[in-house]
Design a protein around this ligand. Structure first.
Ligand code: CO
Length: 660
C-alpha cells in the first residue's frame, strides 16, 4: 500500500535550481501527438516539430508523445510524410526524453483488428525505429486484444503502459457496469499482464474531480505500477481532476504546451507547473524555458495551423459531454456527417438514438474506433430507418462487432440486433467468443507480394498492409512513381500571410472586383488555395511571378469543416488541369442506378461488368467517415456500367453503377 502525501508547501525557493521535491509529479507532453490531433486534425508536420524538439528534450518531461493514434493515417494520406521517418527524425533532435506512442492494441494505428503477424511486425518496427513507451488501449477494454502486441513490446524490452478506457453510463462514476470495481479489476488484469504503468484514459474528458480522486486512490491501493492520468479538457473539468488526482497520489499527468492546450485537447503544462511550485509534488520545471518554447510555437508554427482550429464557437468548453457523454471528436464527426447529407436538423434525434444504439451494441466505451462505429450506425438509423424497421443499413464494422471481431462487449449485444447484423455475414452467422485475432488469417505475406516492386523495406510493406489504398498511393509518391498533388505539400508562413490578405480582401468585397489588367494566362505552376470566409468557400488560384490572385469560382456551398478534416474530399481538381474525371454517361445506359447514399470513397466493387446480381446482393463497398458500408443492388440484373474506380471519392447521389 502506498502512502498518499497531502499536497503541501516545502520550500520558498522558486529559482530554476530549487531543491528537488520529495515526490515530483511526472509529466508527459502530448503537444506533438494528441495536441495537434485534438485541435488541428493531426495535421502537424515534422518540419514544424523540429524547431522545438531540442528544447523540449531539455525540460525534464517523463516522456514526449510523438507518434501513434491518428498520426500514421494523416501523415501518409494528407501530408505526404513517411510516418516511420518521423520517429527517426525527432529522435535525432530529442534523444534524451523517452518517446511514447498511442497504440490501439490489435488495431495498431488503424481502425480494425489486424492479424497477429502484422501486429508483431508493426510493434517490432516501431521499437526499432525509436519508440520507447507503448501506451496501449483497446476500445472495448478487452485485454485479450493486448496479448500479441504486449508479447512483442516485452520482447523488445520496451515500456508497456496499459490503458483503461474511462467511460460511464451514469452522469458520474457508478452504476452497475462502469463502477469503481470495474476499474480496480481492469487494473489488476493489467498488472497481471506485466504493465509497467497503468493509464486512466479519459478520452472524452468525462472524469469528474472527485471521481478522479476515488479512482486514482483505489488504483494506488490495488496495484504497484505507477498511475498515469490522461484526461481531455473538452468538458472543462480536467484541471480540477488533475489536482484531485495529484492529491490521491497520481504519478504521471498528461499536458500540452499552452498553444496546443484546452478545447478538445489537454490542460496546459504551465499553470500546473506554477500550481505545484515549491510543493512536495513540484515538477522541477523551469517555467521560463517553457515560455521560450511557447514563443516559437506561437509565432513560427501555429500561424500555419490556425485555419484548422474550429473557431465556429466562442466557448472553449463543450458541454455536450456533460449532457450526452458524446466525446468531442465524435460529436464533430456526427455533425459533419449530418451536414454532408443535408440532415443537420436531425441532430437531436441522433442524440436520442445514440445511447440506445450504444446499449444495444453492448454498452461499449466510446473511443476510436467504437466511437465511429456507434456514431455512424446511429446516423444511419436516424436517416434510413422507418417506423417498421430499425437497423436498415448496418455498417460492416457493426457486423464485425456483432460477430465478436472487436472482442467482448461490456454487456451482451442485443440478440435481435446481433441476429439481424449477422444475417448473410461472410464469416458466418454464429458469433465467436475467442480472442478476435484468432479468426484472422496472417496477412503480412500477402501484403508483401501485393506491393512487391514498390515497397523497399518492411516499413513500406507495413504502411501498405495497414492502409492498402492510401498506403500504396503514398509509396508511389515516395518513390517518384506519381506526383503528389499540391494539397499534400507543406505551406510556408509567407503563403499563409498571402492567404490571410486574400481573406481580408474577400471580406471587404475586393476580390470580386473586376481585375483592371488583362487576365494573364494560367501556367502549369498555378497553386490553389481554399479560402473560407464565414460560411462561404472560395477557391483561389495563385501564380507567380506576376500573376495576380483571382477567384476562379465561388460556389455558394455551406462551409464544410469536414472537407478539411475527414479523408474523402471530393476529388479536388486533378493536377494536370483536366475536366472532371469522365465517368461514362449514365443517361445512355438503361437500367436501375445504384447511387451513393452518402459521400465517401470507393473501397471496391464486389461485382464486375456484365456479372449477374440478385436484388440485395452487395455490389459496392463505400467508405464513409472511415466506416465501410456494403451497398446492395436495388434490383436484380446484369452490371451494365461501373462508373468509378477504387479510391475515387463520390458525392451523395452519384451513380456508382447501373444494373439492368
Ligand atoms: Co487523447
Amino acid at each position: 500500500m502506498s502512502t498518499h502525501d497531502q499536497l503541501k508547501r516545502t520550500t520558498m525557493d522558486y529559482s530554476p535550481d530549487r531543491p528537488k521535491a520529495e515526490n515530483p509529479l511526472n509529466i508527459m507532453d502530448l503537444t506533438l501527438r494528441d495536441g495537434h490531433q485534438s485541435l488541428f486534425a493531426t495535421r502537424g508536420r515534422t518540419e514544424d516539430m523540429i524547431p522545438v524538439a531540442e528544447m523540449m528534450d531539455e525540460v525534464g518531461f517523463w516522456a514526449l508523445e510523438t507518434w501513434g493514434g491518428a498520426t500514421f493515417d494523416t501523415m501518409h494520406r494528407f501530408l505526404n510524410e513517411d510516418p516511420w521517418e518521423r520517429i527517426r527524425t525527432l529522435k535525432r533532435y530529442a534523444p534524451k526524453t523517452p518517446f511514447s506512442m498511442l497504440l490501439r492494441a490489435q488495431n495498431l494505428v488503424g481502425y480494425r483488428n489486424y492479424a497477429d503477424d502484422l501486429a508483431l511486425a508493426f510493434v517490432e518496427r516501431a521499437a526499432e525505429n525509436g519508440m520507447d513507451i507503448f501506451r496501449t488501449f483497446d476500445a472495448l477494454n478487452d485485454y485479450r486484444n493486448f496479448e500479441t502486441v504486449v508479447s512483442m513490446i516485452k520482447k523488445c524490452d520496451k515500456h508497456f503502459q496499459g490503458c483503461i478506457c474511462y467511460t460511464m453510463t451514469e452522469p458520474r462514476l457508478g452504476g452497475d457496469v462502469y463502477n469503481i470495481d470495474y476499474y480496480i479489476n481492469k487494473a489488476k488484469d493489467l498488472e497481471a499482464m506485466g504493465a509497467d504503468s497503468i493509464c486512466i484514459k479519459d478520452m472524452a474528458g468525462l472524469i469528474a474531480p472527485l471521481d478522479a480522486y476515488d479512482v486514482v486512490k483505489a488504483l494506488k491501493e490495488t496495484v504497484k505500477a505507477p498511475i498515469h492520468l490522461h484526461s481531455h479538457f473538452t468538458s472543462g473539468m480536467s484541471p480540477m481532476s488533475h489536482l484531485k488526482a495529484i492529491e490521491a497520489g497520481v504519478d504521471i499527468i498528461d499536458t500540452c504546451m499552452s498553444p496546443y492546450a484546452y478545447r478538445t485537447s489537454h490542460a496546459a503544462v504551465e499553470p500546473l507547473v506554477m500550481t505545484l511550485l515549491g510543493t512536495n509534488r513540484d515538477t522541477g520545471f523551469d517555467i521560463r524555458q517553457l515560455a521560450q518554447i511557447n514563443e516559437i510555437l506561437e509565432k513560427k508554427v501555429l500561424p500555419k495551423y490556425k485555419h484548422l482550429l474550429d473557431d465556429s464557437k466562442v466557448s472553449i468548453i463543450d458541454i455536450s459531454v456533460l449532457l450526452h457523454q458524446t466525446p468531442g471528436g465524435m460529436l464533430s464527426n456526427l455533425v459533419n456527417q449530418l451536414r454532408e447529407m443535408d440532415a443537420l436538423h436531425k441532430i437531436d434525434e441522433v442524440y436520442k438514438e445514440l445511447p440506445r444504439v450504444r446499449k444495444e451494441l453492448g454498452q461499449i466505451p466510446l473511443v476510436t474506433p467504437t466511437s465511429q462505429i456507434v456514431g455512424i450506425q446511429t446516423v444511419n438509423n436516424v436517416l434510413f430507418d422507418d417506423q417498421y424497421e430499425r437497423y436498415k443499413m448496418i455498417t460492416d464494422q457493426v457486423k464485425d462487432l456483432c460477430y465478436g471481431l472487436y472482442g467482448k462487449t461490456a454487456v451482451p449485444i442485443d440478440p435481435e440486433v446481433q441476429k439481424k447484423a449477422l444475417k448473410g455475414y461472410s464469416r458466418g452467422e454464429e458469433p465467436v467468443t475467442c480472442r478476435p485475432a484468432e479468426v484472422l488469417e496472417p496477412e503480412l505475406e500477402n501484403a508483401r507480394k501485393d506491393i512487391e516492386g514498390l515497397a523497399e523495406d518492411l516499413d513500406d510493406v507495413i504502411t501498405y498492409a495497414l492502409y492498402p489504398i492510401t498506403g500504396k498511393r503514398f509509396l508511389k509518391w515516395k518513390y517518384g512513381q506519381e506526383d503528389p498533388p499540391l494539397e499534400v505539400k507543406a505551406r510556408t508562413l509567407e503563403e499563409i500571410k498571402a492567404e490571410e490578405e486574400l481573406v481580408k480582401m474577400a471580406k471587404l468585397g475586393l476580390l470580386v472586383k473586376k481585375p483592371e489588367k488583362e487576365v494573364p494566362a494560367k501556367d502549369a505552376h498555378i497553386r490553389k488555395f481554399d479560402v473560407f470566409v464565414d460560411d462561404r468557400y472560395f477557391e483561389v488560384e495563385v501564380q507567380e511571378p506576376e500573376g495576380m490572385p483571382m477567384v476562379s469560382y465561388m460556389p455558394q456551398m455551406p462551409f464544410a469543416a469536414s472537407s478539411r478534416v475527414a479523408p474523402p474530399a471530393r476529388p479536388s481538381t486533378p493536377v494536370p488541369a483536366a475536366p472532371a474525371p469522365a465517368a461514362p454517361t449514365v443517361e445512355d445506359i438503361e437500367g436501375t442506378s445504384l447511387t451513393a447514399p452518402m459521400p465517401g470513397m470507393i473501397v471496391k466493387y464486389l461485382k464486375a461488368m456484365g456479372e449477374s446480381v440478385e436484388k440485395g446482393d452487395n455490389v459496392v463497398i463505400l467508405e464513409a467517415m472511415k466506416m465501410e458500408n456494403a451497398l446492395p443492388a436495388p434490383e436484380g440484373g446484369k452490371i451494365k456500367s461501373i462508373n468509378f474506380s477504387i479510391g475515387d471519392s463520390v458525392a451523395k447521389g452519384d451513380v456508382l453503377c447501373v444494373i439492368g
